[in-house]
Design a protein around this ligand. Structure first.
Ligand SMILES: O=C(O)CCC(=O)C(=O)O
Ligand SMILES: [Fe+2]
Length: 417
């Protein structure tokens, strides 16, 4: 029988070489229970004995059991040991799929990649973020395989044809007195005094020109081809429905390529509006981090912790009026978005939902308010803007914002404290 080293040479530098280096001790055995922990222990033994079909089978059973625990009660109350378990089992399953793929016994690379992504989405990092390393390597191997098999390599000249079409639709007319100021690369000190300390939003232009994602002629420009090549086979969460406060709103997991084909390219919008919203895509695919740059204004140059989220979708995505706890730079890389902003002092006129989960979201339909239900809303003063590619909007903590995309759009938000 082949050993892991022989079959999975490409993963050997990443995956521990023996069971004792596997680090299962971070899992609380009592919490998992004897039966479950023993099954996990056997799966690891089978893996290191190169019995991949058996390991794979046990992993499927274990993932089902763990899934139940991850989906019971509130996410924040799920014990971390269940999330560690989900990660370990996803790692074993993905590596077994890769081994079985290598010896020609079913499974494709894309299945191993999808297994890793599920682990990344639902689990908690173990062994120095091993799943991110494994999936990055699998994706590299997958790209090499596709490139060597494909007669239609994506070269620079085929790229233009799939630059993202950003035709605008339903563009609102702005009232000049209400529009947010636009500044061309202000100094840090000016930004600090007039916007951070004054808690006043501002649009900054000219500060994203060095982003590889924005460089039309560069190899990392965010065309659809580029996004498909870099992220196409990766599984991401998609919000389906016009806005998250609607009854019919749901979330599903799909690959970036399926998302683009179904929700970005289909002009008839038969599938409704799909939105890759508030997703930590740059943690999942660190390669994409090279395409963007943390604004130097974040943390006023001394960047502390920054949460980076991707917002990628067609025209017509709506983020209802809401507030977030941190400072934010919403950076527009592709397409345009309409934003309506309300100062925190007008909160009583914005009708926040009652209840813990939605208390930071207004019940008002901003562009078509119901005068009877929300009579105070229309008198609430606001500012607004259309954010264009290359512009970033600064939002102070808790500043209310409503966002509607006017075209296919890709924004990156940077939340900082
Ligand atoms: O772009 C959007 O749809 C919403 C962005 C947002 O709410 C944020 O960055 O906090
Ligand atoms: Fe927000």
């Amino acid at each position: 029988m082949c050993t892991l080293q022989e079959v999975c040479e490409e993963l050997c530098n990443i995956i521990p070489s023996s069971k004792d280096k596997f680090g299962l001790s971070i899992i609380d055995k009592n919490l998992l229970g004897d039966a479950c922990f023993t099954m996990l222990d056997i799966a690891v033994n089978e893996f290191f004995s190169s019995n991949w079909p058996r390991c794979h089978h046990l992993c499927k059973v274990l993932l089902d059991i763990t899934w139940e625990h991850l989906n019971t009660g509130h996410w924040k109350d799920v014990a971390i040991s269940w999330r560690y378990t989900y990660t370990f089992v996803s790692l074993l399953k993905a590596a077994s799929e890769y081994a079985l793929y290598k010896i020609g016994r079913s499974y494709a690379l894309k299945e191993a990649i999808a297994t890793c992504d599920m682990g990344l989405l639902m689990g908690a990092p173990v062994l120095d973020s091993i799943l991110t390393k494994v999936v990055t390597q699998l994706q590299r191997l997958s790209t090499q395989t596709t490139e060597s098999h494909s007669s239609q390599n994506i070269g620079p000249d085929t790229k233009c044809s799939t630059n993202i079409v950003t035709q605008l639709s339903d563009v609102p007319s702005l009232t000049p007195e209400y529009t947010v100021d636009v500044l061309q690369c202000p100094s840090l000190q000016y930004f600090m005094e007039h916007h951070v300390l004054a808690a006043k939003p501002v649009v900054i232009a000219g500060a994203m020109e060095h982003w590889p994602a924005m460089d039309l002629k560069g190899p990392r420009h965010w065309s659809l081809d580029y996004i498909k090549t870099t992220a196409g086979c990766r599984t991401v969460p998609i919000e389906v429905g016009s806005k998250y406060t609607d009854e019919s709103w749901s979330q599903k997991l799909m690959t970036v390529t399926d998302f683009i084909n179904t929700y970005i390219m289909d002009p008839n919008k038969q599938a409704g509006v799909g939105y890759l919203a508030q997703h930590q895509l740059f943690d999942q695919i660190p390669e994409l981090l090279e395409d963007v740059s943390i604004p130097s204004y974040c943390g006023l140059g001394e960047c502390a912790d920054v949460d980076i989220n991707a917002w990628f979708g067609p025209a017509g995505t709506i983020s209802p009026l809401h507030q977030d706890p941190k400072h934010n730079f919403l950076c527009q890389a592709v397409g345009e978005k309409y934003l309506r902003l309300y100062d925190i002092k007008y909160t009583p006129q914005l009708y926040p939902h009652s209840g813990y989960l939605l208390c930071n979201t207004s019940a008002v339909d901003v562009e078509s308010p119901d005068q009877d239900k929300h009579p105070l809303f229309s008198a609430a003063p606001y500012t607004e803007c259309i954010l264009k590619p290359g512009q970033m909007l600064y939002l102070p903590p808790k500043y209310w914002h409503y966002v509607r995309s006017l075209s296919v759009s890709f924004s990156v938000s940077f939340w900082w404290e």
